[in-house]
Design a protein around this ligand. Structure first.
Ligand SMILES: [Zn+2]
Length: 78
């Protein structure tokens, strides 16, 4: 069993998704993952609470599975 923790929406602070690891990675193919959407600006998830577009960055997890984590531009202080 992998360690998991909850990641909060960077806009409203409410629950966004359950991550697999300390790096906030979510497994794109896991049934419990949030629905990842794509538009001309890239990948994102839509927050269920505030409806904000939360940018996500694709990563390859250990074992070669598809994963995503929060894009860095929104976790840096402004
Ligand atoms: Zn939100």
């Amino acid at each position: 069993m992998l360690p998991t923790h909850d990641v909060d929406c960077p806009y409203c602070g409410k629950f966004l998704y359950t991550a697999l690891s300390l790096e906030n990675v979510v497994d794109a193919d896991a049934p419990t993952s949030p629905r990842l959407e794509t538009d001309e600006r890239g990948n994102f998830v839509r927050c269920a609470h505030c409806q904000e577009r939360v940018p996500m960055k694709p990563v390859v997890t250990i074992g070669g599975r598809r994963g995503f984590r929060l894009a860095e531009e929104i976790i840096r202080p402004r």
